[in-house]
Design a protein around this ligand. Structure first.
Ligand SMILES: NC(=O)c1ccc[n+]([C@@H]2O[C@H](COP(=O)([O-])OP(=O)(O)OC[C@H]3O[C@@H](n4cnc5c(N)ncnc54)[C@H](OP(=O)(O)O)[C@@H]3O)[C@@H](O)[C@H]2O)c1
Length: 280
C-alpha cells in the first residue's frame, strides 16, 4: 500500500484522484513539526511513500526558517530513515528554488545548488537528509505548481483578470509551469519503478513545457479562460518580495524521461484541464 503524506495540498489532492487506494495522511494524522510521530506512521503494510507535505510559504519562510526546516528537512529525513530500514521507496518532492537562477541554461539534476532564500535552503536540507538515509529514493524537483486547488498563479490571475482590464506581470523570470496532476502521476510511476529497480534512486527534474515568463503564462491563462485583461511586462525588480525569486527556473528533465519514460508535460493542455476543473 502506498502511503502519501499530505491530503489537502495541490499535489496530494491530485494524487488522491489517481491513487484512490493509497493512504493519505493530513496534518491531523501526521503533523510535520513532529518528525518522530510522522516516522511512526509508516506501518508494516506500506510498500512505498510519497511526501506531498511541505512548508511552501516562500516569503514567510524568511522569518520562519527554523519551522520551515523542521517541516521540509527534519521530518522528511526521519521518514527517509524508516523507509531505508524497510527497503521501501520514498519519493520526496523538491523545487527549482534550490538553484540560484543564474544564466539562461536549464539546470541539470547535478548542477550546483545555491538557494537564494530560506525556503530553498530548507528544501535543499530535505534533499540532503533523504539522500543521507541511503534507502531507495527519488528527489523529484519541480517548479511553478498549478492546479484547480489551493492558491497558485492560475487562480490568482483568473481572479484578477475578472476584475481588472490590465495587469502588470513579471517578464524576466522564466520557468516551466507544472500541473499538480502531472506531478502526482509522475510520483506514482517513479514510486512503482523504484520498488522493482532501487538502483534508479537519485535526483530528477520534472517541469512543464514549454518554458515561459510569468507574463507570457498570464497571457496564456487569460486567453484560454476567454478573459480580455491586458498583461503588461515588468521586471522582477518592480515587484519586490521578501524572498528573492530565481530569474532562471528552467530545468533539464532529460534524465527523468530517460530513466522513467516520463516526458515533460505540456502545461497548455494541463491548463485546459485546470480551467475545466474549476467551478464556474
Ligand atoms: N507550489 C509550488 O509552486 C511549488 C514549486 C516547486 C516545488 N514545490 C514542491 O511541491 C510539493 C507540493 O507542493 P504543493 O504546491 O502541493 O504544496 P501546498 O499546496 O502548499 O501543500 C502543502 C501541504 O503541506 C501540508 N503541511 C504544511 N505544513 C504541515 C505540517 N506542519 N504538518 C502536516 N502537513 C503540513 C499542508 O497542509 P494544510 O493544508 O493542512 O496546511 C498542505 O497539504 C512541495 O514539496 C513543494 O515544496 C511546489
Amino acid at each position: 500500500m502506498i502511503l502519501v503524506f499530505g491530503k489537502t495540498g495541490q499535489v496530494a489532492q491530485e494524487l488522491a484522484r489517481r491513487a484512490p487506494d493509497a493512504r493519505f495522511l493530513g496534518r491531523d494524522a501526521a503533523d510535520f513539526t513532529d518528525p518522530a510521530a510522522c516516522a511512526a506512521c509508516i506501518t508494516d503494510d506500506v510498500t512505498a511513500v510519497i511526501n506531498a507535505v511541505a512548508y511552501t510559504a516562500v516569503d514567510k519562510a524568511e522569518d520562519e526558517e527554523a519551522l520551515a526546516t523542521v517541516i521540509n528537512a527534519d521530518t522528511p529525513g526521519a521518514i527517509a530513515r524508516v523507509c531505508a530500514d524497510r527497503g521501501i521507496p520514498l519519493v520526496q518532492i523538491s523545487t527549482d528554488y534550490v538553484f540560484d537562477g543564474a544564466g539562461d541554461a536549464p539546470f541539470t539534476p547535478d548542477a550546483p545548488t545555491a538557494p537564494l532564500g530560506a525556503y530553498g535552503r530548507s528544501k535543499l536540507a530535505g534533499e540532503t537528509a533523504v539522500r543521507a538515509a541511503g534507502g531507495p529514493h527519488a528527489i523529484l524537483r519541480t517548479s511553478w505548481v498549478v492546479s484547480a486547488h489551493g492558491k497558485n498563479f492560475v487562480k490568482t490571475m483568473l481572479a484578477l483578470g475578472k476584475s481588472r482590464d490590465r495587469l502588470t506581470v513579471v517578464a524576466d523570470q522564466i520557468g516551466g509551469p507544472t500541473p499538480a496532476g502531472d506531478i502526482g502521476a509522475a510520483c506514482l510511476t517513479i514510486a512503482t519503478a523504484l520498488q522493482d529497480a532501487p538502483d534508479k534512486s537519485g535526483t530528477y527534474h520534472f517541469s512543464g513545457a514549454p518554458d515561459v515568463s510569468w507574463a507570457d503564462f498570464a497571457r496564456a491563462i487569460m486567453s484560454q479562460a476567454g478573459l480580455t485583461c491586458d498583461i503588461a511586462d515588468i521586471p522582477g525588480s518592480d515587484y519586490p518580495t521578501p524572498a528573492e525569486r530565481p530569474g532562471n527556473s528552467r530545468m533539464d528533465c532529460t534524465l527523468t524521461e530517460f530513466v522513467f519514460g516520463i516526458p515533460r508535460p505540456d502545461w497548455r493542455m494541463g491548463l485546459g484541464h485546470i480551467l475545466s476543473d474549476l467551478p464556474e
